[in-house]
Write a protein of this length. Structure first.
Length: 277
């Protein structure tokens, strides 16, 4: 198999490429930076010769909001996605994996209103709040249409929080709304192997120790719930003198991806505590 990978020079793109390489899958990287820069909108059918699947991880992200005009988001996140999937389809490529985001759920705002943490699974309705969110949803709409209209196998992986931050914050986020880039990458490798026409969406996040029944307690007394559900994390924070959060406002449920992709995230909060002891 050979995969065309956009955003190949970015942090997530590099992680995906490493997993593809480890799986023995050839990669053609596309990025606007690097030794041989290429723009997604400049790709033609010739660029897909010998390509079996596409992983589209290139995009403008949350840090670009306010720094770049909205038109740049519509170009890079939506127009580029439409051009990529349609050009790939004309060239005979039938598999397409898209790197999306759980940020489009906008879940934190509704926790205050309902008085409990929001449990977010793959069927939760998005609540976009920024141009980044709106364009990621619009790109998914483009891909949903392409999957159905062109009989493509299209998978959108909505990844949770995944960027460097202080260790205590990162560990807590791995309990309910974060993921390691290596787990993001492994989900992409599994998704790109699928050949099932249509469009599918999966949340990908570290496996949470919490359940739906914990949502009210998480919002009013998170330390007690963490102590019961994640004792390794609670003990590690006590040893280091780190405070636990008083409340948790959302939990991302990645169980559907785990079942249907046979995916197992390995770098959760407990693993982080063990790795850093």
């Amino acid at each position: 198999m050979k995969v065309l990978l956009t955003g190949s020079e970015g942090r997530i793109g590099r992680a995906i490429r490493a997993k593809l390489d480890a799986a023995g899958i050839a990669v053609d990287g596309v990025d606007r930076i690097g030794a041989q820069p290429r723009d997604v909108l400049a790709l033609s059918e010739r660029d897909f010769d010998g390509i079996d699947a596409v992983i589209h991880s290139a995009a403008l992200h949350a840090p670009h909001v306010g720094a770049l005009p909205d038109e740049a988001f519509w170009r890079d996140n939506v127009a580029a996605t439409k051009h990529l999937v349609e050009t790939a389809a004309r060239a005979g490529v039938r598999r397409f994996v898209y790197t999306s985001t759980t940020a489009l759920y906008g879940a934190g705002a509704s926790a205050e209103r309902i008085g409990r943490a929001v449990w977010i699974d793959d069927g939760t309705k998005p609540f976009p709040q920024t141009i980044y969110h709106r364009t990621k949803i619009a790109a998914e709409d483009v891909l949903r249409d392409a999957g159905e209209r062109l009989s493509l196998s299209v998978t959108s992986l909505r990844m949770s929080r995944c960027f460097p931050e202080p260790l205590p914050e990162m560990i807590i986020h791995r309990l309910h709304r974060g993921i390691d880039e290596r787990d993001v990458a492994s989900a992409h490798v599994l998704a790109v192997a699928r050949i099932e026409p249509g469009f599918r969406v999966y949340n990908i996040s570290a496996q949470t120790p919490f359940s739906r029944e914990d949502t009210e307690a998480l919002f009013v007394d998170a330390p007690t719930v963490i102590g019961a559900r994640a004792p390794i994390v609670a003990a590690a924070f006590q040893r280091r003198g780190w405070p636990l959060p008083t409340r948790i406002d959302r939990v991302y449920d990645a169980s559907l991806a785990m079942r249907e992709l046979d995916w197992q995230p390995r770098h959760d909060a407990a693993a982080m505590c063990s790795e850093t002891d």
